[in-house]
Design a protein around this ligand. Structure first.
Ligand code: GRG
Length: 297
């Protein structure tokens, strides 16, 4: 299958599930409106596609099974929550994301905070729903929930966000920058592929290989994002290019643009190297690694 077609078909499956699922929730209509506003604001669905691609790499018999789509949708809800909160005045104070006004600009701070809280909680409700995720081995399900919780929580994304905020205006070294981004950006990306592999019943060595792939492309994604923040136009990015002006520590600021580009390429190559034992079956994950360093938004 052509790669663009592959991305589109997996994205469509996730979108269709999210549409159906978010229509079925019993919640105040304004809250649901705010949740849906950001979930359907044009995200690339990178994390769900990674979860599905990892599942397909490890489970060769059943491509894009419903359970992998549900897993991807839950991860996307967590990702969306993180973006809503990241844009708030108390954090990055951004007015635009993906070319549209940010959630709090439309719904106000209180509803935006609560829409983020609801998406985070809903993701775990979904992952623990026996009716939706039938036939999943309880042990696998427990491991997946634990992996996703760890990557999103205090030792993962939330911890990285706090470290990032605390580093503003201070000088930090490369190791500290890497630690921030391993937690803030890479952890959830890594959990996407690891949980896809666990869902497929992959052996421990295969899950470990996925973790190496995931952490490398997670960092490569952040380096690419930092480069785009400097070189991309507002039109391409759908937001103002602001991290450097906000005195955030970025890879181009610490390494220079050319070295940052080389670092992203090196990380992507290491990620692809970790997939050797999967053979041809990992073509989707390999192509995504290239796409991550070449992307324009
Ligand atoms: C608020 C707990 C909390 C965490 C926020 C993810 C994050 C942590 C902040 C986002 C800041 C940022 C721009 C990080 C760079 C990498 C990143 C996560 C970019 C956005 O992800 P994409 O490009 O978004 O996958 P789309 O719009 O495609 O869904």
């Amino acid at each position: 299958m052509d790669f663009k077609q592959y991305l589109k078909s997996r994205k469509n499956r996730v979108d269709a599930f999210l549409e159906k699922y978010l229509s079925s929730i019993d919640a105040p209509s304004r809250l649901l409106e705010a949740m849906r506003y950001s979930v359907f604001a044009g995200g690339k669905r990178l994390r769900p596609i990674l979860a599905i691609a990892a599942y397909e790499t490890c489970h060769t018999k059943t491509p894009c099974e419903d359970a992998a789509v549900v897993l991807g949708a839950a991860i996307e809800m967590i990702h969306t929550y993180s973006l809503i909160h990241d844009d708030l005045p108390a954090m990055d104070d951004d007015d635009f994301r993906r070319g549209s006004p940010t959630n709090h600009k439309v719904f106000g701070d209180a509803v935006a905070i609560l829409a983020g809280d609801a998406l985070l909680t809903q993701a775990f409700e979904l992952l623990s729903d026996d009716k939706i995720l039938r036939d999943i081995d309880p042990d696998r399900r427990g491991k997946i929930i634990s992996e996703i919780a760890r990557s999103s929580g205090s030792s993962g994304m939330v911890g990285g966000q706090v470290a990032d905020i605390l580093s503003e205006g201070r000088s930090i070294d490369r190791q500290a920058l890497e630690d921030i981004h391993l937690r803030k950006t890479s952890a959830l990306i890594c959990a996407s592929v690891v949980s896809g592999a666990i869902l497929a019943g992959a052996a421990a060595d295969k899950v470990s290989a996925m973790a190496v792939y995931g952490s490398r492309i997670g960092l490569a994604f952040q380096v690419a994002d930092d480069i785009l923040d400097v070189t991309g136009t507002q039109e391409e990015l759908g937001k103002s290019t602001s991290d450097v002006t906000r005195d955030k520590k970025t890879y181009p600021a610490l390494y220079g643009i050319e070295n940052a580009r080389r670092k992203a390429e090196r990380l992507a190559a290491e990620a692809v190297g970790a997939l050797d034992s999967f053979g041809e079956q990992a073509w989707g994950l390999r192509t995504i690694a290239d796409y991550i360093v070449e992307r324009k938004n």
